[in-house]
Design a binder for this molecule. Sequence first.
Ligand code: GDP
Ligand code: MN
Length: 384
Amino acid sequence: MDLLEYQGKVLLAGAGVPASTGTVARTVEEVVAAADAHGYPAVVKAQVRVGGRGKAGGVKVVDDRAAAAAAGEAILGMDIKGHTVEAVLVEPACDIAAEYYASFTFDRAARLHLGLLSAQGGVDIEEVAHRDPQAVARIHVDPRDGLSAEAARDLVARAGLDGVAADGVAALVPVLYAAYVAADADLVEINPLVLTGAGDVVALDAKVTLDDNAAFRHPEWAEWRASEELDPRERRAREKGINYVGLDGTVGIIGNGAGLVMATLDVVSQAGGSAANFLDVGGGASAEVIAAALDVVAGDDKVGAILVNIFGGITRCDEVANGILRALAQTEIGPPIVVRLDGTNAEEGRAILAGHLSASLRSEPTMSDAARTAVALADGRDAR
Ligand code: GDP
Ligand code: MN
């Protein structure tokens, strides 16, 4: 889950990372009231889950009430890379002496955490890394060892910081790492991390991505989850506890096991089609889960056919077949369904379906046959 800037700052501040704080406003009146309360100059910042707000005109420093109103007017409702601005963050403007970049994320290849620090912040870090790789200092952190004060000082020195900035950033880096670990975050990125005129080091922006797999041990995330803008298909899937990712194509995909589902997407693509989604019913899926999955996939208007690809292991194909029939009996499933069953109890599963096969429920012996049929049906060509 991606947090909005203000949510990320609340999380970081709670973990001891110095971060600017302000007031969330959703109307021009609220923007003006918040700016009045904080005093001028103030800054008005679009709250959307994409970067580059500054460049898009979504961050404005305002010197008086009229400018605050104008900024609220301009930014609320603005479209930034397809995201509509519904709220802004109003903060006292910061007196910026220098802008840095700091982040922690995973390095999956190294199987370690990775910290990045650069003295060239406030700009696109990918661009900095491309132009001048030396300008981005890196540190791998083994979660078993943690990040020592010495390692932090070394990182800061390699990033080329010195003086009061070096002290302040060296003190902040271990706190930021601890915050990232405690939050079960996949990413914390501070750009810019600023040195103020008064010599303090403060997070002026925050991009935080939380690991959804850890949601079960973070009841405090509930409020943030409620504010997430999900694809309506993804929202429905989440309500049913289904592992679903929406895509743009026309063939609805249901499979068991992430690897098989990925392979199914490939086979559909090879057959000339395009997948409407990724949906993994997991291991040991019951008839109820299959019925719920069909309901979610069929609820996507772009889906012209549904491909159910099951390799029975713990999941039994007879259960899957029963789930399909149950779904068809309970609700109207619009698009035709093409089923490929193999593995545990595949024969029993096919026998269960046999009496119900029709133009809208087909069974195919192999994955590629099933993909070809589903693609043809989704294209409006009958497969036979
Ligand atoms: P992003 O463009 O989406 O990453 O948004 P940021 O929050 O990073 O803001 C973009 C830029 O706006 C920063 O790099 C700063 O240069 C500037 N900015 C943000 N807040 C302030 C502020 O309080 N005072 C001043 N002077 N500039 C600010
Ligand atoms: Mn930024």
